[in-house]
Design a binder for this molecule. Structure first.
Ligand SMILES: O=C(CO)[C@@H](O)[C@H](O)COP(=O)(O)O
Length: 219
């Protein structure tokens, strides 16, 4: 069975101690860094941009899994590649030419991801799933950390897994929003490969131990 992945979201970290938070993830059993880029247009919140991604890239020793919650993401594909990002995920809802966008991400040497809002059907990936490396299934409405997990996500993950198998795609399924030690195992059982965890990790008393706990739960 392939290794299951935990990706702490730095959105919930202490930005005043960012280097310390990055080192914590470096030293932990986490697999990826998850970076949430929000523009205040696609989502009603602004998070952080290029200078912070550059600072993170300087210290991070694990892949940078970057989730663009922005309109017109094509404008910044090369910039993120130059900053050292490994996975670049765009929103289905923000890409009128999704196939072209995926090719452009891959041409820059990054894994190409597509994120689906809670209202967006997995069936819309029928014609692109073979070109996708990662599908982020949003289990909250994007824009904020610390929200409650949407229960319908389990069935969506199951249906997406079926689509991936039916189409012989190698896409990984990543779940983002409200992930904790209670829902993690069930998400993996329904077909998830990677789990993003923000508040559950960074707001806990011992983040390294919390990451270890998540890894054990999904092993
Ligand atoms: O993309 C997003 C929110 O839009 C997520 O990555 C959250 O940052 C996850 O945070 P928690 O729900 O785990 O606190």
């Amino acid at each position: 069975m392939s290794k299951k992945i935990i990706a702490p979201s730095l959105l919930a970290s202490d930005f005043a101690n960012l280097q310390h938070e990055i080192e914590m993830v470096n030293q932990s059993e986490a697999d990826w860094f998850h970076l949430d880029i929000m523009d205040g247009l696609f989502v009603p919140n602004i998070s952080f941009g290029m200078p912070i991604v550059e600072a993170i890239a300087k210290y991070a020793k694990k892949p940078l899994d970057t989730h663009l919650m922005i309109v017109d993401p094509d404008r910044y594909i090369k910039t993120f590649a130059d900053l050292g990002v490994n996975h670049l995920t765009v929103h289905y809802e923000a890409c009128p030419h999704l196939h072209r966008t995926l090719q452009a991400i891959k041409a820059e040497g990054m894994k190409a991801g597509v994120a689906l809002n809670p209202h967006t059907s997995i069936n819309l990936l029928e014609d692109t799933i073979q070109d996708i490396d990662i599908v982020i299934v949003m289990s909250v409405n994007p824009g904020f950390g610390g929200q409650s997990f949407i229960e319908n996500t389990y069935l969506k993950v199951r249906d997406l897994k079926n689509l991936i198998e039916r189409k012989n795609s190698s896409a990984l399924i990543e779940i983002d929003g409200g992930v904790n030690a209670t829902n993690a195992k069930k998400l993996i059982d329904y077909g998830a490969d990677a789990l993003v965890a923000g508040s559950f990790v960074f707001k806990s008393e011992h983040p390294t131990e919390t990451i270890k706990q998540l890894k054990e739960v999904i092993a």
